[in-house]
Design a protein around this ligand. Structure first.
Ligand code: BTN
Length: 288
């Protein structure tokens, strides 16, 4: 149900948050200015996981998965995050999607792709006046709460990436009460933080537009310059004390910089400076 009120000659549209507003693929296409990203799509009402689906179709050599295919679902029953975590989002309230790219880039570059995605999401949100921060390597935060995560996977052929499977979960209009109890204090959504509804189609199209541009810069010229600049200017971790977590072991470090290759430059407690690549490492804030 859509409630429309007219107050003092101003039209106010109030969305009933329990009502599903399905993604309009027509609207989405009209906002796209990409060459190949999102031009082919697979839309699902419900699915286990868009990343899982993409991998299954890739394994089966499914011809529908052309370069830039977008798999998008209103809901996931087994959404997955990095390091085997799960990803929850109530139906039609967020963006749950996977981009498939056929490439020939070297596998060592995989962590850079996650940064390119994070940078694309960050500049997209800035366009909507959202003060988004990147928590290296794959999270987007607003007001110290996570609103978005990126899960980048690949299918390889020895040293080369055949296909990139890039999964993104973004909480757009999710209401606070819809978050699982254990996430209520650490996760949020755009609408919960900004107090108004956001267009999922517009945000998704902008992410795809920005991502294609930054990705092309990298795949054509191996240039990460713009991505690194965006990540540095909007970093949630630069100059902060954090814990690096590697296979359950916590190490307290100070984040000094982001290298031109996208590695985190940190100072250890003994004063030594090291570079860390995302891989199996995750990062936890020391203080919020
Ligand atoms: C993380 O924060 O660890 C990454 C979360 C990625 C979630 C998205 S939702 C769409 C795609 N399908 C999945 O199963 N996972 C990704």
């Amino acid at each position: 149900m859509l409630i429309i009120c007219v107050l003092k000659k101003e039209l106010i549209i109030i969305y009933n948050s329990n009502e599903y507003n399905l993604i309009s693929l027509e609207l989405l296409s009209s906002y796209l200015n990409t060459r190949y990203l999102g031009r082919n799509y697979l839309y699902f009402d419900t699915i286990d996981s868009t990343n899982l689906k993409a991998k299954t179709l890739l394994k089966a050599n499914n011809s529908h998965l052309t370069n830039g295919t977008l798999l998008i679902s209103e809901e996931q029953t087994a959404g997955r995050g990095r390091l085997d975590r799960s990803w929850h989002c109530s139906k039609s309230s967020g963006l749950l999607f996977t981009i498939v790219l056929h490439t020939n880039i070297e596998t060592i570059h995989l962590p850079k792709i996650t940064l390119i995605v994070a940078a694309s999401i960050c500049i997209t949100l800035k366009k909507f006046d959202v003060d988004a921060k990147i928590k290296w390597p794959n999270d987007i935060f607003i007001n110290h709460k996570k609103i978005c995560g990126v899960l980048t996977e690949m299918s390889t052929n020895s040293k080369r990436i055949n296909s990139l499977i890039i999964g993104i979960g973004l909480n757009v209009n999710t209401i606070k009460t819809d978050f699982p109890e254990d996430l209520k204090d650490i996760a949020s959504s755009l609408s919960a933080e900004y107090g108004h509804h956001f267009s999922r189609e517009l945000i998704l199209a902008e992410i795809l537009n920005n991502f294609e541009e930054l990705f092309e810069d990298f795949s054509q010229n191996l240039s990460l310059e713009n991505t690194i600049e965006i990540c540095k200017n909007n970093s949630a971790v630069l100059n902060r004390e954090v814990f690096l977590i590697n296979r359950g072991i916590y190490e307290e470090v100070l984040v000094k910089d982001l290298s031109s290759d996208g590695e985190l430059v940190v100072e250890k407690k003994d004063g030594s400076i090291i570079k860390v690549s995302s891989g199996e490492i995750s990062l936890k804030f020391k203080n919020n």
